[in-house]
Write a protein that binds this ligand. Structure first.
Ligand code: HEC
Length: 169
């Protein structure tokens, strides 16, 4: 349709205003989710044990498995959620879903089917909500963002900013 009737464009405009209002109303919630995701990464699940506190692929714990640099992951949101829920079969990436491999929710495989390739148990069990929060947090702050001093200052958000000195050029 080439020409839009006036009334329709009026409706579209009103729709835009309503959508903007919803976005504003949602932002407090979005902020809470962001903080929740950061908490999961830093504390609840301690992803940094293997991936590094800055998710930069230099593990916090010397004896832990080597987790890859998550800044460079090519996975999208859905794929990341799956990896966190189900782990990566045959590797040290744990499955954080309590029910992983008790049914077929993960890669369509039960414990019997996956056998020795079953990912290790997680340091802490995460809910679906925790998992989405940590993935959204990583997608927003880490994925596709090169590690630099300025990036790091934003990432630590005031906490232990001197930890970022190592990224100064
Ligand atoms: C016990 C160590 C360990 C912990 C804890 C851990 N990971 Fe991992 N993670 C790994 C390893 C090892 C791999 C690489 C698996 C492979 O070889 O494909 C990995 C892979 C991943 C990948 C896939 C990256 C890619 O591009 O393929 C994502 C995403 C990921 N981890 C996220 C997380 C998050 C989020 C947490 C915390 C909730 C976490 N990991 C906790 C060890 C760990």
């Amino acid at each position: 349709m080439a020409v839009r009737p006036m009334s329709a464009s009026g409706t579209i405009l009103a729709g835009g205003v309503i959508a903007a209002g919803l976005l504003l109303a949602g932002s407090a919630q979005a902020q809470a989710e962001f903080a929740a995701g950061r908490q999961v990464f830093r504390a609840t699940a301690n992803c940094g044990t293997c991936h590094g506190w800055a998710a930069h692929g230099l593990k916090d714990e010397q004896t832990a498995p080597d987790g890859p640099n998550l800044h460079e992951t090519k996975l999208n949101r859905e794929q990341m959620i799956e990896v966190v829920k189900c782990g990566r079969p045959g590797t040290a990436m744990p499955a954080f879903d309590r029910l992983a491999y008790t049914d077929k929710r993960c890669y369509d495989m039960t414990a019997a089917q996956i056998g020795a390739d079953r990912p290790p148990p997680p340091p802490a069990v995460l809910t679906q909500r925790d998992i989405e929060a940590v993935v959204d947090f990583l997608q927003a702050t880490v994925v596709g963002k090169p590690v630099s001093y300025d990036w790091c200052i934003g990432f630590v958000a005031g906490a232990a900013a001197n930890a970022c000195d190592q990224f100064k050029k």
